[in-house]
Design a protein around this ligand. Structure first.
Ligand SMILES: C[C@H](O)[C@H](O)[C@H]1CNC2=NC(N)=NC(=O)C2=N1
Length: 93
């Protein structure tokens, strides 16, 4: 697996993901209507994460879910982060 190229990084930031300081990773905070919506999103995202064998770092408080994506295997962003980000954005709609 290789690191995500510049076009891939631009697509992520265009989609509202923010590059993390001091780390090759992106982050986004989703806010839902309530805890059930937030947890429903996490449940669906978890199934996709297993399917892709690529797992988010995330933190949930009530209706907010903070997600950070990076690939430990390449010590930075990879195509898998782009794929999971796209999936999560679709699930959060
Ligand atoms: C052995 C297994 O395939 C790896 O540990 C997978 C699992 N999930 C993963 N998730 C993430 N975010 N990065 C990885 O490098 C990664 N590697």
């Amino acid at each position: 697996m290789t690191k995500l190229d510049d076009d891939g990084r631009k697509s992520l930031t265009d989609a509202g993901w923010t590059l993390v300081d001091g780390r090759d990773a992106v982050t986004k905070t989703y806010e839902f209507k309530n805890f059930i919506e937030a947890f429903g999103f996490m449940t669906k995202a978890a199934i996709w994460a297993e399917k892709l064998n690529h797992h988010p770092e995330w933190f949930n408080v009530y209706k907010k879910v903070e997600v950070t994506l990076t690939t430990h295997d390449v010590d930075g962003l990879s195509e898998l982060d782009a794929k999971l980000a796209e999936k999560m954005d679709a699930l959060a709609k």
